[in-house]
Design a protein around this ligand. Structure first.
Ligand code: ATP
Ligand code: MG
Ligand code: MG
Length: 380
């Protein structure tokens, strides 16, 4: 019996555990909080990432370790990797934890990025504003997620407010200034690389964010075959350069037909949740297969799919469950503002049918604002 250890016990760990059950896998989750939602399906160790006793106990009970959370300290991941196989590697994790290292690697690999500059002082911010111009975004280099740790500057007069908001973190987690991309689309490549280097990508996904948090994903993204091939080539170059093992997502902006890379998520990703019902093999199952060295499953789609995130509170399930291609995921979390508490995936055989399904669901749940951009993309 193989036991997979997962660092982080949120909904990603929960969905990993659920998808690993048919493979006969056992799971052990480690998190800093006792009510992490994966704990409803897998035994848990509660402890700080830097607590060697908790990590030792975790290591002694598992055959292989992976992550549901990219901000586990890289030193803790390294400590663990000296005792048990860890995938993706602590090196890949460390690179993806730092927006500066990540963007520098993208650039080295010839993957276009928005202009960026590391910032370590107020004067440094002024100099970077001279070089990059406005609009732009000041971001923490580390520990940001769901758009947290970001400040958007519309004009230069926002510099003081930006520094008041984030300047205190310049010497701790570090800061980076990025040019603002007036993108026409956001897309992501969700892909998997096996221990033997085999690489597979799911069809490109288009994503919509609200206040920096993912709201909806559509697959396949309505883009040209050339654009998709170029996005997948970027993802493959990154995965090969990092000798990456497991699933990851590369987030990209599409601006006037040009792709600019935003960030790499070194784990299963929210924009790949549709793969549970919309693909031959889900991202969760393929991640487990990759870290265990098993053959990877096909990533082809089964119809057209749209995922809708439920943020803050769960809506009523019946409108989605009443749809022939409606699938419901409740993470079993307490309602809280801004928190991802669940999602739905709607699947249909054609784009027209998917648009109709979305219109019905959006209307019944009073969420037309969330579904309309997807309907518009499907009709284009
Ligand atoms: P995630 O939850 O995806 O890890 P994050 O906190 O790491 O999010 P980003 O992905 O960098 O943050 O930014 C969140 C969203 O903010 C992006 O998906 C995009 O919609 C917007 N955004 C970020 N950077 C830029 C940029 N340079 N230009 C335009 N929009 C941006
Ligand atoms: Mg991120
Ligand atoms: Mg992101």
């Amino acid at each position: 019996m193989t036991t997979v250890g997962i660092l982080g016990g949120g909904q990603l760990a929960r969905m990993l555990a659920l998808s690993g059950a048919p493979l006969g896998l056992r799971f052990l989750v480690m998190d800093t909080v006792a009510d992490a939602c994966a704990g409803q399906f897998a035994p848990m160790i509660v402890g700080d990432w830097r607590d060697e006793r908790a990590l030792s106990e975790f290591a002694s009970k598992i055959d292989v370790a992976t992550f549901d959370f990219e901000n586990v300290p890289a030193e803790s991941a390294q400590w663990l990797a000296e005792r048990v196989p860890v995938f993706p590697s602590p090196r890949a994790l460390a690179m993806a934890q730092d927006r500066l290292a990540e963007k520098t690697l993208f650039r080295e690999l010839g993957i276009p990025v928005p202009p960026f500059s590391a910032i370590d002082s107020r004067e440094g911010l002024d100099a970077a504003l001279d070089a990059i111009g406005t609009p732009c975004i000041l971001k923490t280099r580390r520990l940001g997620y769901d758009g947290k740790g970001q400040f958007r500057l519309k004009t230069r007069s926002d510099a003081d407010a930006a520094w008041d908001a984030l300047g205190g973190q310049a010497q701790t987690v570090g800061l980076i200034l990025e040019g603002f991309v007036a993108f026409e689309k956001e897309v992501s490549v969700v892909a998997v690389r096996g221990r033997d280097g085999e690489f597979r990508a799911w069809p490109l996904t288009q994503n919509w964010h609200v206040d920096g948090v993912l709201s909806a994903s559509l697959a396949p993204a309505p883009v040209s075959a050339e654009l998709e091939a170029s996005a997948v080539a970027h993802a493959r170059a990154l995965a090969d350069a990092l000798d990456y093992v497991g699933v990851f997502a590369l987030e990209l902006f599409c601006d006037n037909g040009v792709l600019l890379a935003n960030e790499l998520a070194p784990r299963v990703h929210n924009s790949g949740h549709w793969t549970i019902e919309g693909s031959e093999t889900s991202q969760f199952q393929n991640h487990l297969r990759a870290v265990l060295g098993l053959p990877l499953g096909a990533t082809r789609m089964v119809g057209e799919a749209c995922m809708l995130n439920w943020i803050g509170t769960m809506p009523d399930a019946s409108a989605v469950l009443a749809e022939p291609g409606g699938h419901w995921h409740d993470y079993g979390k307490e309602a809280r503002t801004g928190r991802k508490v669940g999602h739905a995936t709607l699947r249909a055989d054609t784009e027209a049918e998917l648009a109709q399904t979305l219109a019905r669901v959006g209307k019944s749940l009073d969420r037309m604002a969330q579904v309309q951009p997807v309907i518009d993309a499907l009709k284009r």
